[in-house]
Design a binder for this molecule. Structure first.
Ligand SMILES: C[S@@+](CC[C@H](N)C(=O)[O-])C[C@H]1O[C@@H](n2cnc3c(N)ncnc32)[C@H](O)[C@@H]1O
Length: 371
């Protein structure tokens, strides 16, 4: 297996300057659907003097802003005037400047800049990854994370003949699975330390559902296979080298429901012993909003119009993987190659849009710290 020499953080980042949340309506829709679960959790969390929330792996904060705004509005409507602290966490390489601008209402949808509309709401940022403990012991009332914990803390290997673990060899899959298992334990143990007794951690993670479906693979064309095919095509054309093909390995693992449940089902595990229990665990499909829009407007939209809305949403989170795979090239050359790569996908969809989409497949978990 090829040596893993690439810097992990640099290949994880979302496209910056607000591009991520502007092009990721589906991620926002998935978050909005979890509001009820969060409301229900809040009703049972013990009333501490300060309400402390955290949003782990928040990117620019735009996709979860309406949900948090609704939650804070509901809290205030019940007459609860407690001070609220909300900590946005992501990697140090995240575009926190855009996050703070979005929170101030200087960018994105200012209707949801809740700290402007409600008093005693304090927004903070934290640039340490969620595999570490990020807050003092017993201080967090409610943690939330969306679409972030499929990123593993290190890439256990580079994938030789594909770009993603969903298309990797069994040996490669096992290495990713082991890494993801260790990471899931670390993530949970640290949340367990941070949470107050009775506190909750609600997370929605990309995963593989009961029917084997996952992001961009819900019955039609398989998005990650398309990425791999077009990246290989660039190698066959001599545009990229074989090493550059291999370097494009997503630092991600899509856990199955069993993998997510494992530390909770085992009552002797360190997670169970730390006081965490799984209150609910379900899978959720969120239709690709660009597909839905196109199917409603086939009279006025061409297949190429559709492709030009669909591919940017894929590009918002995948581009850095392909850019960072390229070695010793000028910025101009890198941009040209990566533009060409995504244009191949646009061409595929324009020729025949049937089956192309990026439906989201999430595993939603509501976790409580009981001791
Ligand atoms: C696909 S985005 C999701 C953003 C947002 N939560 C949403 O649902 O739209 C994944 C985010 O997770 C962040 N991330 C990945 N690994 C992380 C880690 N170890 N610690 C904190 N954030 C991480 C990435 O930087 C990125 O901003």
């Amino acid at each position: 297996m090829t040596k893993n020499y690439l810097n992990t953080q640099s290949s994880l980042a979302m496209k910056s300057e607000g591009y991520y949340s502007a092009k990721t309506v589906g991620a926002k829709n998935a978050i909005d659907k979890t509001q009820k679960l969060i409301e229900n959790a809040l009703n049972t969390i013990p009333k501490k003097e300060i309400l402390r929330f955290a949003d782990y792996g928040s990117a620019d904060g735009g996709t979860s802003q309406e949900m948090w705004s609704n939650i804070i509005k509901l809290i205030r409507e019940t007459g609860d005037e407690r001070q609220i602290e909300i900590l946005y966490t992501d990697l140090a390489s995240n575009d926190f400047s855009t996050l703070f601008k979005i929170m101030q209402g200087m960018q994105g949808n200012s209707d949801f800049a809740y700290q402007k509309f409600f008093s005693n709401v304090f927004v903070h940022g934290c640039g340490t990854g969620f595999h570490d403990q990020l807050m003092a012991n017993n201080s967090l009332c409610l943690g939330f994370s969306a679409t972030a914990m499929h990123y593993v803390s290190e890439r256990p290997c580079l994938i030789e003949n594909h770009v993603h673990m969903t298309g990797a060899s069994q040996n490669e899959i096992n290495l990713f699975k082991d890494q993801a298992h260790k990471d899931w334990e670390t993530i949970l143990l640290n949340r367990s330390s941070e949470l107050i007794k009775g506190g909750r951690f609600v997370c929605i993670n990309f995963g593989i559902d009961e029917q084997g479906r996952c992001l961009g693979n819900t019955g039609g064309k398989v998005m990650f296979n398309n990425f791999a095919m077009n990246w290989k095509h660039l190698e066959a054309q001599g545009i990229i080298t074989n090493q550059e093909f291999i370097n494009a390995t997503f630092t991600q693992h899509y856990r199955t429901i069993e993998e997510f449940r494992k530390p909770f089902d085992d009552k002797e595990s360190t997670i169970s012993k730390s006081g965490l229990v799984l209150r609910s665990c379900e899978t959720m499909i969120t239709d690709c909003p660009y597909k839905t829009h196109y199917l409603k407007n086939t009279n006025t939209m061409s297949a190429n119009d559709y492709a030009k809305t669909l591919i940017p949403t894929m590009r918002s989170w995948s581009e850095t993987v392909f850019k960072n795979a390229l070695i010793n090239r000028s910025a101009n050359e890198v941009n040209k190659i990566v533009d060409h790569f995504y244009n191949l996908y646009i061409d595929d969809v324009s020729k025949n849009p049937t089956g192309h989409a990026m439906d989201y497949v999430h595993v939603i978990m509501d976790i409580e710290k009981i001791d």
